[in-house]
Write a protein of this length. Structure first.
Lengths: 228, 218
């Protein structure tokens, strides 16, 4: 009997909630022209692989896995970095947009009064896609774009060396968009970053040199979008 | 039992009647009232930070300090206070908010730039930050939201048994601006200081600056 009461509670509650959401969503749907602003790759599970093309043998490769929920401070791959995105969706579904993220840190290290160690990282990307509504509250949003990521770290000991990795990739990220409340959309889907260009450079008193570098990643990501 | 069933059905029926009524009034939506708030916090931040090691005395040259600026890309951040995080809060009808923020990062690599030299295995970083606050609407689209809480940040390497755990006290009074119904831009000051850590060297951190985030209200 107790189980029946609990089941009734849950079932009726779900029905009411679904009815309320359906009524609320009637006045607002994913179809039509929109501007979409999103926190992307807010949560990710990615397998990644790096290639240093001018270093022969196994040492020229590195691979690993990153899991993050916004806190990607420990992430090894630039593909794991969250980013802010903006897209314009035309009435007929075509979307054009881009994404960006930037970080800079300056550190007055006590053992090195002259040089100021710093770290910086940035990403940007441009993309096109097609938003295909399956229902007023669900859409498929395949996207294709190009991205660039850079990560630079300078040492905190003499001689001062600055290491910079810059990677270009082709990004394919088909997303499923779910309206969780009017104008608020949860997005999730696959992610594939295919590295096609890049370099790792070392700069210091000795001069500078660079090697070719490629970074690729694949996995799943999720984000939160606001539709205007 | 039958009486309990009746009461249950009555409660659910009234909820069912109330929800559509609320849903039919999007124009009447304001910051006041009861909400569940889900946020991407510290999405953008500009923070000054300093660390002090008690074991090294009061020599100011031994106090590392710096600043972090980030727009989600906290990969370069030197301070744990710069880490973005997800947050969820329940706001009661009288404005009291109770909630918590969480952030999680894990990485494992063949050759890692994150791991200390000689260490092997994955690295896990976890932020948990419960807090309380008060939403004071200044107008239907503007509110002050002062908050106070504690933040636990842990950093652990799987091949090493112990983890570094830091406890901070956080004050972050926020200004909440409704940009469209249910979507709120938040920005404000942040002040975070260590109260405890187990790194063994008695170090403490102070961070202060400004942050901004995006909030969805349900």
């Amino acid at each position: 009997m107790r189980r029946l009461v609990v089941v009734s509670w849950v079932a009726i509650g779900l029905c009411c909630a679904a009815q309320a959401h359906a009524e609320a969503a009637q006045s607002w749907t994913l179809a039509g022209a929109h501007v979409v602003v999103a926190a992307e790759r807010a949560a990710t599970v990615l397998l990644w692989r790096e290639h240093y093309l001018d270093i022969p043998g196994a040492q020229g490769r590195n691979k690993g896995v990153d899991v993050s929920m916004l806190t990607a401070g420990v992430a090894e791959s630039s593909s794991s970095m969250p980013r802010l995105a903006a897209d314009y969706v035309f009435r007929f579904g075509l979307s054009l947009g881009g994404n960006a993220g930037v970080g800079y840190s300056k550190d007055g290290h006590p053992t090195k009064p002259k040089g100021l160690p710093h770290k910086s990282a940035w990403v940007f990307g441009a993309r096109a896609g097609y938003l295909l509504p399956l229902s007023p509250r669900i859409a498929v949003w395949p996207r294709l774009g190009v991205g660039c990521a850079s990560h630079s770290v300078s040492g905190d000991e003499e001689p001062l060396i600055v290491s910079t990795e810059t990677a270009w990739d082709l990004t394919i990220d088909p997303q499923l968009a779910l309206v969780i409340a009017p104008r608020i959309v949860f997005t999730t889907g696959a992610l594939l970053d295919i590295g096609f260009a890049g370099k790792q450079s070392l700069d210091g008193d000795f001069g500078s040199f660079a090697i070719r570098y490629r970074s690729s990643a694949y996995g799943a990501s999720a984000g939160l979008a606001v539709v205007f | 039992m039958a009486q309990r069933l009746k009461v249950s059905l009555l409660v659910v029926a009234s909820l069912g009647a109330a929800l559509p009524a609320r849903a039919e009034q999007p124009r009447a939506w304001t910051l006041a009232g009861r909400h569940v708030v889900v946020s991407v916090e510290r999405a953008a931040s500009a923070l000054f930070w300093s660390r002090r090691r008690q074991s090294l005395g009061s020599d100011s040259r031994l106090k590392p300090k710096g600043f972090d600026i980030s727009l989600l890309s906290q990969r370069s951040a030197a301070s744990r206070s710069s880490l973005p995080r997800f947050a969820a809060d329940f706001v009661s009808p009288d404005g009291v908010s109770v909630g918590a923020a969480i952030g999680l990062g894990y990485t494992k690599a063949d050759a890692s730039a994150t791991l200390p030299a000689g260490a092997k295995g994955g690295v896990t970083e976890l932020v948990l930050a419960p807090r309380v606050g008060f939403v004071a609407p200044l107008s239907p689209r503007l509110a002050l939201w002062p908050r106070v809480g504690v933040s636990r940040t842990s950093y652990s390497i799987s091949s090493v048994e112990s983890a570094i755990v830091n406890w901070d006290v956080t004050l972050d009074p926020q200004l909440a601006v409704v940009i469209v119904p249910r979507v709120v831009f938040t920005t404000g000051a942040l002040f975070e200081t260590s109260v405890s850590n187990d790194s063994g060297d008695g170090s403490s951190q102070l961070a202060y600056g400004v942050t901004a985030g995006l909030t969805a209200m349900f």
